[in-house]
Ligand binder design. Structure first.
Ligand code: NAP
Length: 305
């Protein structure tokens, strides 16, 4: 049994983490730390230091706050000897997550930097199908309505909030998992609303081996939403849609499966803790950091939620 502390009770904690923890008999939600929110029947604290000092005999924490500030929270947990599971993106910067990984290793605790989209129903089968095929080109179209999925989350357009890369990094987490060759960024364009710090739209031109990989990310998509990946190969086109949950192979019908992303993440965390291992893959974060390094930057119309 893992006695777990949950940090940052917001949208994703309520939508996904709490149901996944409740359904997994290997976890006991022993305490929470969130500045404003508490859960009925669970001891709640305003911040992680008080939670750690609260005598809950914690084994691990799961951190669901926004990326800025997450590293300090994780350091406090690691210093207390706790295993740590991080929401994506794992930190605000690449150096922060690399330092965290070193710190966890030195203290002998597990660090799990999660990428929930990699657990979507079609992703493992897509990776397996692509193995050994010639990849000719690939496309990401990740277009969603910020007002619908992130209502009132001002932090997302602040510095370090990632803007449209907050969802876009999910596509990059899938791409880096399914493509056989490393994904490198050549150029990018980011559109930042006047008066904001993070982009509302972006494009990325990447390559994987000889294949061009393009990404079109948009946070202002009303009507139908698209979270689609297409990969052209010598055996035809693979399409992953609905955020990786629907897989269509050449000549076949679209296939989907149950949404088990967060139950899988918690199952994997249990395995990592039991094995005394960590899982920290920074490639999706590195690509976003690279985009901020090389992008042509445009200022676009102001945005209000
Ligand atoms: P959210 O609704 O804003 O919740 C985050 C919570 O963290 C807040 O409720 C807040 O609770 C706490 N917090 C601590 N420091 C904060 C700060 N400086 N600014 C704002 N909140 C702060 O955000 P979310 O959608 O749950 O996203 C959290 C993380 O999960 C992000 O990294 C995001 O990429 C990831 N994620 C989100 C989704 C989604 O669909 N929303 C899906 C997958 C992953 P207190 O005020 O009580 O401290």
């Amino acid at each position: 049994m893992i006695r777990l502390g949950l940090v940052g009770i917001g949208k994703i904690a309520r939508d996904q983490h709490l149901p996944a923890i409740a359904a997994d008999g290997r976890y006991d939600l022993a305490a929470t730390a969130s500045r404003h929110a508490k859960l009925d029947g669970v001891p709640g604290h305003g911040e992680i230091g008080a939670m750690i000092a609260g005598g809950h005999q914690l084994d691990a924490v799961s951190i669901c706050t926004p990326p800025v500030g997450r590293q300090a929270i994780a350091i406090a947990a690691i210093d207390a000897g706790l295993h740590v599971m991080l929401e994506k993106p794992p930190a605000a910067t690449a150096t922060e997550i690399m330092a965290l990984a070193d710190h966890a290793r030195a203290r002998g605790v597990t660090l799990f930097a999660t990428w929930h989209s990699r657990e979507a129903a079609g992703v493992a089968a897509a990776r397996d199908w692509l193995r050994g095929k010639e990849i000719q080109a690939a496309r990401i179209r990740w277009k969603e309505d910020i007002r619908r999925w992130h209502p009132g989350q001002e932090w997302i357009l602040e510095a370090g909030g990632f803007g449209v890369f907050d969802p876009g990094i999910n596509a990059l987490s899938i791409m880096t998992a399914i493509l056989p060759a490393p994904l490198l960024l050549d150029s990018a364009r980011i559109d930042v609303p006047e008066g904001r710090s993070s982009p509302i739209a972006a494009t990325m031109a990447m390559r994987s081996g000889d294949a061009a990989v393009d990404a079109d990310l948009d946070f202002l998509q009303t009507g139908p939403q698209s979270w689609d990946i297409e990969v052209d190969t010598d055996a035809g086109m693979l399409r992953l849609s609905m955020g990786g949950s629907v897989l269509e192979l050449p000549g076949g019908e679209p296939v989907t499966g149950e949404d088990r992303e967060y139950p899988r993440l918690y199952a994997r965390f249990t395995e990592l803790v039991a094995a005394g291992k960590s899982d920290v893959d920074i490639r999706p974060l590195q690509l976003v950091a690279d985009a901020f390094l090389v992008a042509e930057r445009r200022t676009v119309a102001p945005f209000q939620f």
